[in-house]
Design a protein around this ligand. Sequence first.
Ligand code: NOJ
Length: 566
Amino acid sequence: MSDPHQPAWWTSAVVYQIYPRSFADGNGDGIGDLRGILAHLDYLQDLGVDVIWLSPVHESPQRDNGYDISNYRRIDRLFGTEEDFDELLGQLHVRGMKLVMDLVVNHTSSEHPVFQEARKSRDNPYRDYFWWRDARPGFEPGEPGAEPNNWGSHFGGPAWTYEPETGQYYLHLFTPHQPDLNWENPAVRHAVYETMRWWLDRGVDGFRMDVINFISKDLTLPDGLVTPGSIWGDGSPHFTNGPRIHEFLQEMRREVFSGRDGDFLTVGETPGATVEQALLYTDPYRAELDMVFQFEHVSLDQVGGRKWDYRPLSLPDLKTSWNRWQRGLADRGWNSLYLSNHDQPRHLSRFGDDAGFRYESATLWATLLHLQRGTPYVYQGEEIGMTNAGFTSIDQYRDVESLNFYAESTAQGMPAVEALEALRAMSRDNPRTPMQWTAGPNAGFTEGQPWIDVSPNHADINAETDRSADKSVFRYYQDLIRLRHTQDVVVLGDFHLEAPEHPHLFAYRRHLDETAWLVLANVSGDVLDVPLGLASDGPLILGNYAEPGDPAELRPWEVRALDVSA
Ligand code: NOJ
């Protein structure tokens, strides 16, 4: 791994996330696959990204689109063959790109052979690979309220499922098809490390670790607080950044990476991590993770952290949050920068104006993100300004979380229109509609029947059209990526927020030695007067309006990166 005294290679890298099911279908079955990705490598190379993070392609019953793995060393036939995978890896390497795999080891699939063994009897040698507990004292196993504790699962219902065959419950923080692995058991940890080494030996360049800060649980598994409107308790304080998490990650680093030559990348998905915790995870001297995905900025438009209870984003809140992360990880540790992924609504629809100012707001958010200090992540489709799905009927949804939310909330009396409105804004299917390659049938994604509806707006919004348009989001992303590759101030410069309270202006400075940049963004559809002291006619490095503007004014959704070096 990298030398903690030198800036690591990934400080100047940009990562592109592929959600394989929705990227490109090579065999006409309606589901994206590895051959589909292989057919678009020129596109990725042209964009200029350095690393591909591939969401899971391992063998899986696909209850949570691959985040439920039944064989960690096999490619699911849905996505292709072992040869397809090796070809993809080889082709990426030939083009100078790296491949980061998803590592889903907080839980397995309930169809994983080890879970199938474990569930057979209480004394099965694999029993202790998972979390089994008796019913709550005083309750009959299986009766309502008898779960070992009151935790709810992330996708609705309790976090425990009863198995009458052995008279115990098993823990699953996600669906019942995703039993949590017991990391207290050294055999579990060493099996994970062995699998990681196996993938590195195969040639992959690192891992994005799914909910990795959930792997260490409070062994007493205490009840969680029940918030108004909820039936289940919130167990998260008892499994998020748990008691042994740092020990486990340091052990993983030693067991998997020490002595191994190469440029690797590890990024942990860490919901609920604070800046202070992120510093512990990413301080290179502690040798845990290179960077983490934090969730603070994508929770600001949720009331009380409840995802379906959303409100408009307050820009000052976002500025405060990003500023805290920039400053908190300025001297040690490292930020990952993202606005979209396969779990979040498309940020263009969420925080921008995807109708009137689609190009301007897509490029504004990209600029604000990419010119911070950290490693930017591009989620497939954002580089051409793709929008939320715009689904109007529950039949169009596929995601387990969305379907469970709809069933539960309507059963509890929420009118269907309201539930549909919430899904339209926040569902994880929003970013999962097929990648829009062309204006042709199914957006050029598949020659078959797509597994999820293609957005009708592909007639206007697609890679082919965008790349040849005067206002091309793709070309703008190319420019941003080039800046990260070539400008040290972007990579290593310090960060200084301006006008923190301003409701519509997002302004910050970057400095490195003699170089000073000023980024000014008007996060609104109205003309904005630039406050005194920030107006500058310094040379424009990058902006999203072709015509030069008045230094004292920003046009709707205008962003400018200016060179203000003395
Ligand atoms: C986070 C992943 O990004 C999400 O898609 C998945 O459903 C959960 N973890 C469970 O693996």
